[in-house]
Every structure is written in C-alpha cells, then in structure tokens.
Design a protein around this ligand. Structure first.
Ligand SMILES: CC(C)(COP(=O)(O)OP(=O)(O)OC[C@H]1O[C@@H](n2cnc3c(N)ncnc32)[C@H](O)[C@@H]1OP(=O)(O)O)[C@@H](O)C(=O)NCCC(=O)NCCS
Length: 228
C-alpha cells in the first residue's frame, strides 16, 4: 500500500506521468530507456537560471592529488560513497569531482570525465565516444536532507561555468527516463535531450536513437566501467 501511494505521488509530480509511462514500459516489455542530455556551454549565460532559494554552500572541485590532500578526509569519505569509484581513482583517470559543501557535510556532488571515451555501467556496460571538446557528467547526487533546495541546480551550473573556463564546448550526460527529479533538474537549467538509449533489462543494447547524429557514439563495452 505504501509503495502504491508512493508511485501515485510520483506520477502526480512534475514529469511524473512520463516517468510512470517509461516505468510501465520497463515492467511490461523489459525495455529501459535512458535519455542523452547535453548542454551547449556557449549558451550558458542565455539560459542560466540559478535557483534563488539555495543556501550559501561552499563549492569545491578536486582535480589533483593536492586537492585531495587539502580536503578533510571525512569529506573525501562521503564523496567516495557516491562517486562510483574512489575520488583518488577518478582523479588518476583524469576526471574531476565537484561538490557543494555545508560545513562538514557533502550537500551535492558529481563527476566530470574530460576523456574522449567514457565507460559507464548503467544501464549496461557502454562506451560513449564523445566529440572533441565534450565532457561527460556522471553521478549527480544530492544527500536526501538537502534535496529540493536548489543544490543540484546550483552545482551543475557552477560545473558548467568551470567547463566553459576550461574551453570545453559541451557537457553530455545520460539520465534514466523514470528519474523525474533528475530530468527536471537538467531541463530547468537549459539542458536539451539529444538522443535516446534503449536497452533490455538483461543488459542488451537495443538502439541509440539520434546520439550518433549529435556527435556521441555509443557502443556496448566488453568490460565493466572504470569511469563515473
Ligand atoms: C536528482 C537530484 C540530484 C536532484 O537534486 P536536488 O538538489 O534535490 O535538486 P534541486 O533542488 O536543484 O531541484 C531541481 C529541480 O528538480 C526537480 N525536483 C526536485 N525534487 C523533485 C522530486 N522529488 N520530484 C520531481 N521533481 C523534483 C524540481 O523541478 C526542481 O526544480 P524547482 O526547484 O524549480 O522545483 C536528487 O533528487 C538525487 O540525488 N537523486 C538521487 C540520485 C539521482 O537520481 N541522480 C541523478 C542521476 S542522473
């Protein structure tokens, strides 16, 4: 009964009907849909809509071992829990871990891979071969007690600013079609859907509509992910 109530509430929230339809598709036909979203960094100032109600959290970015060494170990431990891989390993691979921090707590975090080929393991083991000057966003996560106060919005906007500063021209990510809060977050700040990824629930890659045309080549990977 509790689960049913939760499902009804989700269906009634913004983006909930579409999320429910994709959830039914998964249950009935064992097909999972992920969307490929991208943000054109040249459009940043035109579409930036920073949330006005987020509190003043500190923004941190970890690019180097020195950044890790100068960050309190308790924060690194929290980041490790939601980064896919450890922060150390991500940085060794050339990724950056970004977060908003509230004193001694991580509020919201994400990883950016700057590499031309990114490997992910959700919805299945896939490689994304990006266009030059593309970056890839993964593992966006806001700790439950901070949700709904604009943290993810603020963090993604700050990261876009940093990527533009580093002369990247686009950030790409993939989002589960049933994840209304995440889709709402990205849409709200001007990210656009550029493709679809269809997989079977047993891990087969079925189709990658529009992605290649939009400069992202997606293929089945032979080995598990080593990126976030
Ligand atoms: C998705 C997630 C990162 C959003 O974080 P957040 O800090 O709560 O997001 P924000 O407060 O910036 O909200 C941004 C928008 O998301 C939407 N949103 C937030 N919570 C929502 C919810 N429960 N249902 C529907 N939409 C929601 C709203 O449209 C909101 O915009 P608004 O403030 O103008 O209404 C967070 O829910 C989360 O960590 N979820 C679990 C991990 C996950 O799914 N990560 C994304 C992987 S792609």
């Amino acid at each position: 009964m509790h689960l049913l109530n939760e499902r009804i509430n989700q269906a009634l929230s913004r983006g909930g009907l579409s999320a429910t339809a994709f959830w039914l598709l998964k249950i009935l036909f064992r097909i999972e849909v992920h969307f490929l979203y991208a943000f054109d960094l040249a459009n940043r100032s035109a579409t930036s809509k920073t949330s006005t109600h987020h509190p003043g959290f500190d923004f941190i970015s970890l690019h180097t071992q020195h950044d890790i060494d100068s960050t309190p170990p308790a924060l690194i431990a929290q980041l490790n829990e939601q980064s896919g891989w450890s922060v150390n390993r991500l940085i060794e691979q050339g990724s950056t871990v970004y977060a908003l921090v509230d004193d001694s707590n991580i509020v919201s975090q994400l990883n950016i891979g700057w590499q031309p080929i990114i490997t992910v393991d959700s919805p299945t083991h896939l490689t994304f071969t990006l266009s030059p000057k593309d970056a890839f966003l993964g593992y966006l996560f806001t700790y439950p007690k901070y949700r709904g106060c604009g943290a993810a919005t603020k963090l993604v906007e700050k990261v876009c600013e940093d990527a533009a500063f580093r002369k990247y021209s686009r950030i790409v990510t993939h989002i589960r079609s049933t994840n209304a809060p995440s889709l709402n977050t990205f849409k709200k700040i001007g990210w656009k859907r550029i493709g679809w990824i269809l997989t079977s629930t047993n891990g087969r890659l079925l189709s990658t509509r529009s992605a290649k045309k939009m400069g992202v080549h997606i293929a089945k990977a032979n080995h598990p992910a080593n990126d976030g």
